[in-house]
Structures are given as C-alpha cells and as structure tokens.
Design a protein around this ligand. Structure first.
Ligand code: TYD
Length: 209
C-alpha cells in the first residue's frame, strides 16, 4: 500500500474543515490525487448514518447506539473508500477518524475502552500516517460554533459544556500518548500560520516515506 492517510481532529469550531481544504488544494497543486472525505460520512450509507447521528430530534439517543453508529459509518468508510484509495496509491484526507470516537464517545460519554474494542473491526488496522490535532479550548470552540451563521447547531454541538470538557481532555490525552502520529497545533493561531505549519509537516513526512 503506497497511499498516504492524513486525518484532522479537534473540537467543533477548531478549524479542521478550513485547514483540511487548504491541504487538499496544496497537494492537488503538487499533482497528487487526493481523496477528500469526512466522518461520520464519506459514503452513501455513512452519510445516511451521519444524518441520524446529528439530527437534533434524536436528542434521546443512547450512548451505546451512538458509539456503534459512529463505528458502523467508519466500517463502511474504511471498506468502501479509505482502503481502496490507499491501495491505489492516493492521498486520503479525512476530516475526523477514530480519534474522534475515542474522545467523544470514550471520554465524553464515559464508554472508555469499549470504543476501541468496537472499532477494531471497523478500522481493519488502518491508521493515519499523520494526524493534525487543532487544539482549541472547549470555551473557545463553543463561542466559535455559536458565532457560525451556517445553520443551527447539530445534536452533538448542542451537548452541555461538561461533555465538551471531557472530550477535550480526551483529545489532550490522545495527543500525549501518540506524539509520533499526532501533531498538536495551537488552534488559536492565525489560519495562515496553522496552514504553513501543516504544509511543512506533510512535506517532511511524505519525504520520509
Ligand atoms: P463534524 O463533521 O466535525 O461536524 P461539523 O459538520 O459541524 O463540522 O462532526 C460531526 C460531529 O460528530 C462532531 O460534533 C463530532 C462528532 N463525532 C463523534 O462524536 N464521534 C466520532 O467518531 C466522529 C467521527 C464525530
């Protein structure tokens, strides 16, 4: 497998979507084939699961159901899109992957290691070559989400502040425990500064392959 798998992680409002688009455009300008995708979603079935997960009218969903649905969307994503693309030698950029489940469901919903176990079959040993974690405090994330003008907050964004604090702790722990894979970037920096750090890190890691 010659492809290269890049993921973006962080709290809602941290700027992952903007940064992942910058990186896609940069790598495409260099002539690479880039598959640009997101979780939950990225496949027709995954996008349907996404709609269920983010629909505010499903506010009463059990945390077990939630964790299994994220894992189910991921199983589909890995089999239908990520693995086949990596096998063709493409670069895959995903806005969120397994770390989000560990942070949101493992830490946020207090499901702990169950989340890792349930995701084993979903990810099939696929692991990102590099993960950019945009580190933004929960308070700052909440105020950025509130300031957004593109639609109403989804089911996860409507969660209480204490949940978001646990999710944040989860991301911090993941970044510490996986410092080889996860590049932590201060999400309060200017978008252009973050962009340049990411471009440099990708160039370096792709050269080392
Ligand atoms: P995202 O696409 O980042 O939201 P937006 O479209 O608002 O930028 O992610 C959707 C939400 O799903 C987000 O609140 C994080 C959450 N999530 C989990 O709880 N677990 C997961 O495994 C994933 C992938 C996302």
């Amino acid at each position: 497998m010659d492809g290269f798998f890049i993921t973006f992680e962080g709290m809602d409002g941290a700027g992952k979507t903007t940064q992942s688009r910058y990186l896609r455009d940069y790598l495409e300008r260099k002539g690479y084939t880039v598959v640009f995708t997101r979780e939950p979603g990225g496949t027709p079935i995954g996008e349907q699961i996404r709609d269920i997960l983010l629909d505010p009218s499903n506010a009463g969903m059990s945390e077990i159901t939630e964790a299994l649905l994220y894992a189910a969307a991921r199983a589909e994503h890995v089999r239908e899109l990520i693995l086949p693309s990596l096998q063709k030698g493409f670069i895959v950029i995903s806005d969120r992957f397994l770390d989000s489940s560990i942070a949101y469901q493992g830490y946020g919903r207090n499901l702990g290691n169950l989340v890792t176990e349930w995701n084993e079959a979903a990810v099939q040993n696929v692991s990102p070559d590099v993960t950019f974690y945009l580190d933004l405090s929960p308070e700052e994330g909440i105020s950025r989400v509130e300031a957004r003008t593109d639609g109403k907050p989804d089911r996860m964004e409507q969660e209480e502040a204490s949940f978001k604090k646990r999710v944040y702790q989860g991301f911090q722990s993941l970044a510490k425990e996986n410092s080889g894979r996860i590049v932590r970037i201060d999400g309060s920096m200017k978008p252009e500064e973050i962009r340049d750090l990411i471009f440099a890190a990708v160039d370096e890691r792709m050269l080392q392959r």
